[in-house]
Design a protein around this ligand. Structure first.
Ligand SMILES: [Fe+2]
Length: 282
């Protein structure tokens, strides 16, 4: 069966956020993540920096509206569109200032929106700044099995690692890849359906140090990490943005071969952080 990784590799390219206080949020990403902002005719802002981008729309709530994946070229995008239609997935044409014409949107069974398209160059992408490529997004869900079924069997993600409760045998976390990187999407079993976090992949451990120092200067404290995740083997820490959305900085994320079988990890602190204390979702 063709997968995203084998046939149409896809990389996370931007997030579309809603914000109750967009100016505060834009200030945060300009100041802390070296992003430029540009207001759009519809009142949304484009934020863009080196290998990272965002749309921020004023709203009566804050959170994630959609995440967008780049297919790299129109031929791959068309191949993915055909495959999704074959698998009875509803496709909605979608216009985005950050994507070439031809982008489309799909909705998972709980309503999360994923956009697929081909990135277009945007102002700010060439600017200088600390290294951090927008790389993955993670959700908590009350319907973990149904989400995994949709993203694997309909969309074409591949399971890299599962985290399982050893007492009950229940799946607790699933890490999914869309190209050679260990995960670009993951789901935690939770009591709520909420956006968990998004992540920027840096080049090395010293970058994690430098990002930590930058947040320290602004008295933004780390709430999880630094540490190393078991699944993915990446170094990380997490902070929150101006709307209290969680963001992660990572290095050394595993590169995962097409033929690798899904791994199974026990649910526990040392799986989520092999250096010790972990944030266990509930
Ligand atoms: Fe993460």
């Amino acid at each position: 069966m063709p997968t995203l990784q084998t046939s149409t590799p896809a990389r996370l390219c931007y997030l579309h956020l809603a914000s109750k206080e967009p100016q505060r949020q834009i200030d945060f990403y300009q100041r802390m993540l070296d992003m430029d902002s540009q207001v759009q005719a519809d009142g949304s802002w484009i934020l863009s920096g080196p290998k990272r981008a965002m749309l921020v729309s004023p709203a009566d709530h804050s959170g994630l509206l959609a995440c967008a994946y780049d297919l790299g070229d129109q031929a791959r995008l068309a191949a993915l569109r055909d495959r999704l239609i074959e698998r009875d997935c509803t496709i909605e044409d979608y216009h985005s200032p950050l994507l070439e014409p031809g982008a489309f949107l799909i909705r998972d069974p709980q309503g999360r929106q994923t956009i697929f398209g081909v990135s277009r160059p945007h102002p700010g992408a060439d600017r200088q700044g600390m290294p951090g490529r927008l790389q993955h997004v993670v959700f908590q869900t009350t319907e973990l099995e149904a989400m995994i079924d949709f993203y694997v069997n309909t969309v074409g993600f591949t399971v890299s690692d599962n985290v399982v409760d050893e007492q009950t045998g229940q799946l607790m976390v699933c890490f999914l890849r869309s190209d050679d990187e260990h995960h670009s999407l993951a789901f935690f079993r939770g009591s709520k359906n909420e956006w968990d976090h998004h992540c920027y992949e840096t080049n090395e451990w010293n970058d994690i140090r430098d990002w930590g120092d930058r947040f320290a200067k602004e008295r933004i404290s780390i709430f999880f990490g630094p540490g190393r995740h078991g699944p993915g083997n990446n170094l990380f820490f997490m902070v929150v943005d101006a709307d209290r959305n969680r963001l992660e900085f990572s290095a050394e994320l595993e590169i995962t071969d097409v033929a690798r079988e899904p791994g199974i990890w026990p649910q526990g602190e040392y799986t989520l952080n092999s250096w010790g204390r972990a944030w266990i979702r509930s």
